[in-house]
Design a binder for this molecule. Structure first.
Ligand SMILES: Cc1cc2nc3c(=O)[nH]c(=O)nc-3n(C[C@H](O)[C@H](O)[C@H](O)COP(=O)(O)OP(=O)(O)OC[C@H]3O[C@@H](n4cnc5c(N)ncnc54)[C@H](O)[C@@H]3O)c2cc1C
Length: 446
């Protein structure tokens, strides 16, 4: 690694709309920081929170510092659609390697159990809902994909229920979907409430410092040194024996995985809660979630309190955010996506639209492991990082502290190295062309 890196600070863009921006204040300490720590965890998304929590459990009295550039909940982990997926999803299913898919299922299920236990133990109010999810198809292209998804589920021995148009309408209150597959093991959450709840309840040996970017990073005296810029403008150098880079799409900024991660933005909108009158007119159930049969299609949720969430569209995000006009375009597309499905609710306003950056790899591999001596990372979740990120964070802590387990074997077996990508602007131009083609091919599934 070259001597010092000067990572970009994640942009002060429009955060997720699960809660108002006023609720996104920093949770961490403003006290003077020690100049050294045993473990520095950079990134307070789901991966970093899981790693820090686990270090607090297994690393004895080691001092752990968890740092994030923005208040906890600002990044992708607080602005996603909130599906904790139990089954292999999207690119995972490109292979019929039963051993690999079973290991992914085991990791995801263990992550859900651990997250359930932790959120219950800490009484985190994140609308935890063990309600499973639908995978939905609008037209023939989608129903064809549903058929191959069902084949994969049969072959994996996973339980499911097939719904026709009437069955879909009974759940979702719209006849827009021709068919869907219900699988019972996924969980729906309010992701912003979940990550903020986890961060507010870290073990005693963990110090959280959020709203404080790492602005310089490199090796020093047998360990690593990170320069933090506190909100007061003060610059503080921290020396760490061990580092966990839980920075997902930003990992290249720290000098590792350079040219292997494609930061990609996807957009979501959420409405205000339906009123009592609107709920009375609504013909479906409350509290369900649907992911698209076609990966380029539309994710939907009806939350327990009656808010509709819609997510779709991808674009390369070399600067880790979208432009203002992208948000306006996404909002118009989301409005029309909702109106197509629920014309009766055309007057229900969208209360927030945002973009969030996920990391894609060219070969669909996710990375887990050591990137340097006593420097660990997990990244490139290809858009599905909540359960995998939780497992990875916890198991990075185990890897660093020498704890062996079947789960560690599993995550090592299913991880790989994202391949090298061409440089920008070639990368963004090529990626955008492919993403637009995928969306065009998805057609009515969007
Ligand atoms: C709209 C949307 C919907 C999604 N829906 C789902 C879903 O339903 N289910 C699912 O499984 N996945 C979903 N995802 C993907 C999921 O959110 C991510 O894969 C996951 O949150 C990655 O977690 P992470 O902790 O590894 O990274 P992140 O949450 O991206 O956290 C990385 C952190 O590093 C911090 N950081 C970066 N640089 C610095 C620096 N210089 N100094 C200090 N801190 C720094 C950032 O501020 C950030 O908080 C979705 C993503 C989006 C955007």
């Amino acid at each position: 690694m070259p001597s010092y890196q000067t990572p970009i600070t994640p942009p002060l863009d429009t955060p997720g709309g699960w809660h108002s921006a006023d609720e996104l204040f920093p949770l961490g300490t403003e006290a003077t920081l020690p100049g050294t720590c045993d473990w520095l965890v950079i990134g307070g998304g789901i991966t970093g929170l899981s790693a820090a929590t686990r270090l607090g459990e297994v690393a004895g009295n080691d001092r752990v510092l968890l740092v994030d550039a923005r208040p906890i909940g600002w990044g992708a982990s607080g602005r996603n659609s909130g599906f904790l997926l139990d089954l292999p999803h999207k690119f995972d299913l490109e292979t019929r390697d039963k051993d690999r898919l079973t290991r992914i299922m085991d990791l995801n299920r263990a992550a859900i159990d651990q997250m359930r236990a932790r959120t219950q133990e800490l009484s985190i109010n994140c609308d935890w809902s063990d309600c499973g999810k639908l995978q939905g198809a609008v037209k023939e292209r989608g129903t064809g994909m549903i058929r191959s998804y069902v084949e994969a589920l049969d072959w994996l021995g996973a339980s499911y229920e097939l719904l026709d148009r009437d069955g879909c309408a009974e759940v979702m209150g719209t006849r827009h979907y021709a068919a869907s597959v219900f699988t019972p093991g996924s969980v729906l959450v309010d992701p912003m409430a979940m990550v903020r709840g986890l961060a507010a309840n870290l073990p005693q040996t963990v110090t959280l410092v959020d709203d404080t970017p790492v602005v310089r990073f490199g090796k020093a005296r047998g360990g690593y040194v990170a320069q933090l810029r506190r909100s007061s403008g003060e610059l503080v150098d921290i020396e760490a024996r061990n580092v966990i880079l839980a920075t997902d799409p930003y990992t290249g900024q720290f000098g590792y995985m350079k040219s292997r991660i494609l930061p990609t933005i996807t957009f979501a909108s959420i409405t205000r809660p339906l009123t009592a009158g609107e709920k009375a007119r609504y013909k479906g159930r409350m509290n369900w979630g649907l992911t698209p049969a076609d990966a380029a299609g539309t994710t939907l949720r009806m939350t327990a309190e009656g808010r509709l969430l819609i997510r779709n569209h991808y674009a390369a995000a070399p600067h880790f955010c979208g432009e203002d006009h992208d948000l306006a375009t996404a909002r118009r597309a989301h409005r029309s996506g909702l109106d197509k499905r629920w014309p009766d609710f055309a007057n229900v306003p969208i209360s927030a639209t945002w973009g969030g950056v996920v990391s894609l790899s060219g070969n669909h591999q996710t990375f887990f492991g050591a990137l340097d001596e006593r420097l660990y990372s997990a990244n490139c979740y290809n858009g599905v990082g909540l359960t995998r990120g939780w497992s990875a964070g916890r198991l990075l802590a185990d890897l660093g502290t020498g704890i062996k387990s079947q789960a560690l074997d599993d995550i090592q077996a299913v991880s790989g190295k994202p391949n090298r990508l061409p440089p920008d602007p070639l990368l963004s131009v090529g990626a955008n062309a492919r993403l637009r083609l995928a969306q065009w091919q998805a057609g009515a599934e969007v």
